[in-house]
Design a protein around this ligand. Structure first.
Ligand code: MN
Length: 714
């Protein structure tokens, strides 16, 4: 952007702009940055000019634009603070100093002490003058737009993580929605390119297959509003990819329709008309309960005002509509910056409003002054800013992003499976910490390993990532198998002795094909699990000694296959074959996803099913599904439970009666293990939904004959 263009832009919204100051700052910055270049190869000077340009979009005052032009001169050492003060005055010098201080705040991979010290400086600089933050956000936005030019992937990731962690939440906090959206989207592209790509493809597909839909909806909305005699600017805006992603993640809802990714907006002249327009919309279309929000009478803490509602709108599409005045719209888009626009008109009223809105910065500073230690302070501030992720670092500085609540063990598995399997302890920020410690933002984690160590089943109680859980489960299964093997071996030995015989591994291996397992070990495992009786095995080995009669009663596993009626699930392509997965037995009321298997159709799993791990690398095969509430009413689904009963008369009867009392129907039952005191069984029960099954499990827990009962999902 040329010098005169910038000046013209400022003068367009501020006729009293400091033209001389702007010109001098432009030239000063250009001369001082001289031959420096950016990663893109552009002259460095293009950056402060772009930042100034972004600041004009926010209609900031001349002092802010001048500061934007000068913002990197002191930090880059091409000018001194003294020079700035004598050439541009105290106010500009203070603003430049504030931006410079903010620039020094980095997402630290250093011990907590420096982290909180940085954060303190950050807040101090902001609390002085909110314009510092606005310019810094413009600076960050330009840096994010040009992030891809940076060659070192580590640096790109660090900057993106920092943007996600500090700048985007701050932008949101001061109501700069468009900034926040764009910052997050650039960071998303860097931190999770695969997810963003597949989301983008999906949105593009929806957009292409619905080219006229949005126009038709807009036309009908316009006609509806006009008929009621209201003048409104009716528009639709496609949501940013990251905000779609976040909504899917936090609210656990799939997006299935083009109307899910477009927000419709009515802009009307004044507050009264907002409510009248709302009345018209609610009269014309059925509203969806619990989705209406009145942010006009109760603005958000960041000053945002608007009416929000969701209706079954034109063409029977569920759509979101926001109703607001032009002023509210501007505040909604650029937040605090919008107040500069209305400065002239509203005068003093602005001051008090600003005071109220920025009280949180001062409150943070107060916590800082009174917090007993830096850790406590970080707790207070970052927790509020951060919702669902923590960013941690390896000793080398690699960024590991984990879901909130993740433990040291999750971190270890995220680094490498072997590191997870053999971890014995950790150092967090240089201090020893137990494996179950929950990690915080900015933690630097060093995992201590020991060869020959193996995963502890207890870990399952606190890990939160799928990868960690899957590995631990796998290990437990292996361990269980070896226990069953030992048990089966001793059971068979005892049974053989009873008929005066001994069994050898070789003899057992010889009959293993007849019971359809691979080898002797597997035969023992099956006996231990109760899937094969000793008698049946001995009969194969010593046909002359063991008679055919009085074979033990065994209920063979016989899973009812998928019910006759259609499965009431939304999000499927009509005609596609679908079945509920055997591993997790999903029930209505649970979050589900579909996996497309070539030649077999769609398998439906619960969202936390381990089997999904196998498809982690193939997001294109995942389908967002949900239960169709209106149609699940009649159908019954198979839930599977594992029960341990006391080995006493009437136990089984107590179980079946309890299930029947809870209106469940037992469709299958298999005894998996017997001992003199207990027997274990797997029971399939037909239920309406997950609550029904939970109810049955709870009822069984109250039965004295039932020692233990749990839902099976593996
Ligand atoms: Mn800069």
């Amino acid at each position: 952007m040329r010098q005169y263009e910038l000046v013209e832009r400022v003068k367009a919204y501020d006729p009293n702009a400091d033209e001389t100051g702007l010109n001098r700052a432009y030239v000063f910055s250009m001369v001082r940055h001289g031959a420096q270049t950016r990663a893109s190869g552009d002259p460095y000077f293009s950056h402060p000019v772009e930042v100034a340009g972004i600041s004009t979009e926010l209609k900031l005052d001349s002092a802010s634009i001048i500061t934007a032009l000068l913002h990197d001169t002191v930090e880059d050492g091409v000018a001194t603070e003294k020079e700035i003060r004598s050439l541009f005055g105290k106010e500009i010098a203070r603003l430049v100093d504030g931006v410079t201080k903010l620039s020094k705040v980095e997402l630290p991979s250093d011990p907590t002490r420096r982290q909180s010290e940085n954060f303190r400086k950050f807040l101090l600089a902001m609390s002085d003058d909110i314009r510092v933050l606005l310019i810094k956000l413009a600076d960050r936005l330009h840096n994010m737009r040009t992030l891809h030019f940076i060659r070192e992937p580590e640096r790109r990731r660090r900057i993106a993580a920092e943007t996600m962690e500090i700048y985007a939440p701050l932008a949101e906090r001061i109501g700069m929605q468009t900034f926040r959206d764009e910052l997050e989207d650039h960071a998303f592209a860097e931190l999770n390119p695969e997810a963003r790509d597949s989301l983008e493809k999906r949105v593009a597909f929806l957009r292409e297959s619905n080219t006229d839909l949005i126009d038709r909806i807009l036309a009908e909305l316009r006609a509806t509003i006009e008929q009621a005699g209201i003048t409104a600017d009716v528009g639709g805006r496609e949501k940013r990819l990251y905000s779609i992603w976040r909504k899917m993640e936090t609210k656990h809802v799939p997006f299935e329709d083009i109307s899910d990714i477009v927000a419709f907006r009515l802009i009307v002249s004044d507050v009264e008309t907002c409510y009248r327009a709302l009345g018209v919309i609610h009269t014309a279309y059925r509203m969806i309960p619990n989705r209406f929000k009145d942010y006009i009478s109760t603005p958000k803490p960041n000053g945002y005002q608007s009416l929000h509602t969701t209706v079954i709108g034109p063409e029977q599409r569920r759509i979101e509509i926001q109703i607001r005045t032009p002023e509210m719209h501007e505040v909604g888009e650029i937040g605090v910056a919008a107040h500069w626009v209305y400065k002239q008109q509203s005068g003093d009223r602005l001051k008090s409003r600003e005071g109220r809105q920025y009280r949180w910065i001062r409150e943070l500073l107060e916590i800082l002054e009174h917090a007993s230690g830096p850790e406590e302070f970080i707790e207070h501030t970052k927790l509020e800013m951060f919702r669902d992720q923590v960013f941690c670092f390896s000793p080398k500085g690699d960024l590991i992003t984990l879901p909130r609540g993740a433990s040291v063990v999750d971190f270890a598995y995220a680094v490498h499976s072997d590191i997870g399997d053999t971890c014995v302890g950790a150092k967090i920020n240089g201090r020893h910490a137990p494996l179950r410690t929950v990690l915080n933002n900015g933690d630097q984690v060093e995992i201590l390993c020991s060869q020959g160590q193996s995963p502890d089943p207890q870990w399952e109680n606190f890990v939160v990532t799928g990868k960690a859980r899957a590995r631990i489960r796998r290990f437990i299964r292996l361990q269980e198998n070896s226990e069953y093997e030992r048990l089966g071996r001793s059971m068979l030995d005892n049974a053989a002795q009873a008929i005066g015989q001994t069994v050898t591994d070789r003899a057992v291996a010889a009959i293993s094909p007849k019971v359809q397992v691979r080898n002797a070990d597997q035969v023992y495992v099956c006996i231990g699990r109760g899937e094969l009786s000793c008698k049946a095995v001995l009969r194969l080995m010593f046909p002359e000694l063991v008679s055919d009669q009085d074979t033990p009663i065994e209920v063979e596993p016989r899973r009812t296959t998928d019910g006759a009626g259609p499965i009431p699930i939304r999000g499927l392509t009509p005609g596609m074959a679908v079945h509920l997965a055997d591993c997790c037995n999903p029930l209505p009321g649970e979050r589900i996803v579909g996996v497309l298997i070539e030649g077999k159709g769609v398998t439906v799993h619960t969202i936390d099913c381990e089997t999904l791990e196998q498809f982690a690398d193939a997001p294109e095969r995942w389908l967002d599904l949900s239960w169709d509430r209106e149609q699940t009413g009649e159908s019954l689904f198979t839930g599977r439970i594992n029960a341990t009963l006391r080995h006493q008369p009437g136990s089984l009867n107590a179980l079946t009666m309890a299930v029947a009392r809870s209106h469940g129907n037992i469709s299958n039952l298999k005894i998996t293990y017997r001992s003199p005191d207990f027997f274990e069984m797997v029971v399939d029960v037909e239920v309406r939904d997950v609550r029904h099954l939970t109810n049955i499990v709870q009822t069984l827990r109250t039965e004295p004959a039932v020692f233990q009962v749990d839902r099976v999902q593996s």
